[in-house]
Design a protein around this ligand. Structure first.
Ligand code: SF4
Ligand code: SF4
Length: 343
């Protein structure tokens, strides 16, 4: 087993999936953009009506192999990969045979309709070397996923994988039930959005921007990084090797960030090489965003493509995504895929 993978496995055995992931960062197969639900905060624009395109078995194993070179905790995310359970399991089995199975699977728990089914799926994953689960819950997810499904998925995951290997909220059962109530109440949801402003990319930009107040560009609040708080005008922390929170490879072989900026093609660029060169150097848009942030990108778009810079925006990410939406037809290989930028 290569050294990078061995060290990650050792740390997971010692501290669990959650603590290891928080320490080392994560990287994932973005297995599909199709989802069982359509959360209003989804930065990838995932939804039920998205194309059913998903990774082939060959793609999954090929990309898991290079993800494991990164010394990060590896998972399969989506969309909702459980939607394609038979294909997902076949991919995990093939990866296990090759020694490159993911450490955990991410799910919105919509599959958790009864205990027997959940136990059966968890046991199948465990039998193929998967050691944990990530389960999502908040007012956006519980707008669609009944709280009892999440609670079942969490209870059984803790029982079968051990609590240290279940990356999820520790919120009480009552709080999870209340998430569904918040989702139904626009006033409470508005308070929630304003207290925890999401990254306004993809569906989040379309659905949640109206809950926030536009301010002059000179007064935009500091950036909300995924991993490291920062006040820089630039977004280097979102791209730099040491601080980038997550790296994904999607079913189109795109190396995808959490911002909807593609860093390369994972068939042409080895992910480890890209990380070593500095992800911010992948292309001129990632470089511009890292150095000068969305104001720099907007100014470049004005000069090169006549972008009419708005006077006001609600967050840095709002300005960034508006600018990128205008730029996408010019640079579709960097600003894509259509799922992230489409309606
Ligand atoms: S946030 Fe996750 S569960 Fe929600 S729509 Fe996006 S991919 Fe699906
Ligand atoms: S401003 Fe753009 S690059 Fe920076 S965090 Fe927001 S979406 Fe990402």
């Amino acid at each position: 087993m290569p050294d990078a993978r061995e060290a990650v496995d050792r740390l997971i055995a010692e501290v669990g999936v959650t603590a290891a992931g928080q320490r080392l960062g994560v990287a994932a197969l973005l297995y599909t953009y199709r989802c069982t639900i359509a959360c209003r905060h989804c930065c990838f624009g995932c939804a039920g009506e998205r194309s059913p395109v998903r990774m082939t078995l060959e793609q999954s194993v090929y990309h898991l192999r290079q993800l494991h070179e990164l010394g990060r905790v590896i998972h399969i995310a989506g969309g909702e990969a459980m939607l394609f359970w038979d294909d997902l399991l076949a991919a995990v089995q093939a990866a296990f045979a090759d020694g490159v199975q993911p450490h955990f699977i991410e799910s919105n728990a919509s599959f958790a309709t009864d205990d027997a089914l959940v136990r059966e799926r968890y046991a199948a994953l465990q039998a193929n070397g998967v050691v944990g689960m990530l389960l999502s819950a908040d007012p956006y997810h519980q707008a669609f996923v009944p709280p009892e499904r999440f609670l079942r998925a969490r209870r059984l995951a803790r029982e079968m994988f051990g609590p240290q290997n279940v990356w999820t909220t520790n919120a009480s059962d009552d709080t999870i039930v209340d998430f569904a109530a918040i989702a139904r109440d626009e006033a409470r949801l508005r308070d929630h959005v304003r207290a925890h402003p999401p990254v306004l990319v993809g569906t989040a930009h379309r659905e949640l921007r109206p809950f926030l107040d536009p301010v002059p560009l000179g007064q935009l609040p500091p950036g909300r990084a995924w991993r490291v708080p920062h006040n820089d005008p630039g977004c280097l922390v979102e791209f730099a090797r040491e601080t980038i929170w997550e790296l994904h490879i999607d079913p189109y072989d795109n190396i995808q960030t959490n911002c909807g900026v593609i860093l390369g093609n994972a068939r042409e660029t080895r992910l480890l090489d890209l990380l070593e060169r500095g992800p911010e150097n992948a292309n001129f848009i990632s470089k511009l965003l890292a150095d000068e942030g969305p104001l720099g990108l907007a100014d470049s778009a004005r000069r090169e493509h006549g972008f009419d810079i708005p006077d006001r925006a609600v967050t840095k990410c709002d300005l960034c995504y508006s600018t990128r939406t205008l730029l996408r037809p010019h640079y579709p290989h960097i600003l894509g895929p259509a799922e992230v930028y489409g309606k």
